[in-house]
Design a binder for this molecule. Structure first.
Ligand SMILES: Nc1ncnc2c1ncn2[C@@H]1O[C@H](COP(=O)(O)OP(=O)(O)OP(=O)(O)O)[C@@H](O)[C@H]1O
Ligand SMILES: O=C(O)c1ccc[n+]([C@@H]2O[C@H](COP(=O)([O-])O)[C@@H](O)[C@H]2O)c1
Length: 264
C-alpha cells in the first residue's frame, strides 16, 4: 500500500512594521487573520509574529516616544503565545526603510539557533550551528491595505525596495475600509509580476479601529476600552492628552502626507 507523502510546509515568520501609536486590537488581529489565511492554503505553517514599532526618527505628528509604544506593544503581546515585539528598529538612531528592517530580521533568523539543530553533548556544551537555508523560516511583511496603497504615493517608497519586499520576502495584506488591494495590485506594473507573493486577506468583520481614532478619543477624554488591549498604561501616564502631543508639534514628514485624510 502506498501513502502519499504530505509536502513539507514552509515555515513563516510575519513581521508587521508601523507606528503602533498606540497598539490596537486590530494590530494583533492582523496576525491571527494572516496566520489562518496562510495555514488554510495547506502550504504554510506560521511559527512567529513580530511587531516592530518604528523609531522616534520617524517624527510623525503625534508619535509618542518609542519606549512607550514598545512597552504597550509588549504588554499587548503578553496575551499571545506566538506574537512578540522586537525593538531593534525603534532603537536605531535614525528612521530606517522597511526593507532594511526586513533584511535585519532575515539575518537574525539565519543566525538563530533552533533547538532541533543544536548539536553536541552535555560535556561538549551547546555548539552553535547556523541554520541552513533549506529549513530557514520565510520572513513575510504583514500590513494593512492602506500601507499597500502607500506604495503608490510618489516619492514615498523606493521602487527597488518595493521590488525587494515583494520578490524576496512576500507580503500579507489585510483588507481595510476604503482600500481595494486586488485592484491596486492589478493596476501596478511593479506589483503585478509578484502577485503570487502577495496574499490578500479579506477581513469579513469590518473593523476599522485605528490608532488615530484612539488618540482622538483620548484627547477628548472619551473611553477607549475594548478598542485596544490595555488602556491602563495610557491612563496612568496621561499619554495622548493634548499636552503630550507637543513632542512633534505640527511635524508631518512629507512622505507621510499620504495619511492626510486619516490624521489630524
Ligand atoms: N483596522 C485595520 N485594518 C487593517 N490593517 C490595519 C488596521 N489598523 C492598522 N492596520 C495596519 O497595521 C500596520 C501598522 O499600522 P499603524 O501603526 O499605522 O496603525 P494605524 O491604526 O493605521 O495608525 P494611525 O491611525 O496612527 O495611522 C499597518 O500595516 C496598517 O495598515
Ligand atoms: O521603507 C520605506 O520607504 C517606507 C516609507 C514609508 C513608510 N514606511 C513604513 O511604513 C510604516 C507606516 O506606518 P504608519 O504608522 O505611518 O502608517 C512604518 O513602519 C514606516 O517605517 C516605510
Amino acid at each position: 500500500m502506498y501513502f502519499l507523502q504530505q509536502p513539507k510546509k514552509t515555515k513563516v515568520v510575519l513581521l508587521a512594521c508601523g507606528s503602533f501609536n498606540p497598539i490596537t486590537n486590530m494590530h494583533l488581529r492582523m496576525f491571527e487573520l494572516a496566520r489562518d489565511h496562510l495555514e488554510d492554503t495547506g502550504q504554510y505553517e506560521v511559527v512567529q509574529g513580530i511587531l516592530s514599532p518604528v523609531g522616534d526618527g520617524y517624527e510623525k505628528k503625534g508619535l509618542i516616544e518609542a519606549s512607550h509604544r514598545g512597552e504597550m506593544a509588549k504588554l499587548a503581546a503578553e496575551s499571545s503565545s506566538w506574537i512578540g515585539v522586537d525593538t531593534w528598529e525603534s532603537r536605531q538612531a535614525n528612521w530606517l526603510e522597511t526593507v532594511k528592517v526586513l533584511r535585519h530580521h532575515r539575518q537574525e533568523l539565519l543566525s538563530r539557533e533552533p533547538d532541533t539543530d543544536v548539536v553536541g553533548t552535555a560535556k561538549a556544551g551547546r555548539k552553535r550551528k547556523r541554520m541552513d537555508a533549506s529549513n530557514e523560516p520565510r520572513l513575510m511583511l504583514l500590513c494593512g491595505a492602506d500601507m499597500l496603497d502607500s506604495f503608490g504615493v510618489p516619492g514615498l517608497w523606493k521602487p527597488e525596495d518595493i521590488e525587494e519586499i515583494v520578490s524576496s520576502y512576500g507580503l500579507v495584506c489585510i483588507t481595510r475600509g476604503g482600500s481595494d488591494p486586488e485592484a491596486f495590485i492589478q493596476g501596478s506594473d511593479l506589483l503585478w509580476p509578484h502577485r503570487h507573493n502577495i496574499h490578500v486577506v479579506r477581513e469579513w468583520v469590518a473593523n476599522d479601529v485605528s490608532a488615530t481614532h484612539i488618540r482622538r478619543a483620548l484627547r477628548r477624554g472619551h473611553s477607549v476600552r475594548y478598542l485596544l488591549p490595555d488602556p491602563v498604561y495610557i491612563q496612568e501616564r496621561r499619554l495622548y492628552t493634548t499636552e503630550s502631543e507637543q513632542r512633534n508639534p505640527g511635524v508631518v514628514l512629507a512622505p507621510l502626507q499620504k495619511h492626510a485624510g486619516r490624521h489630524e
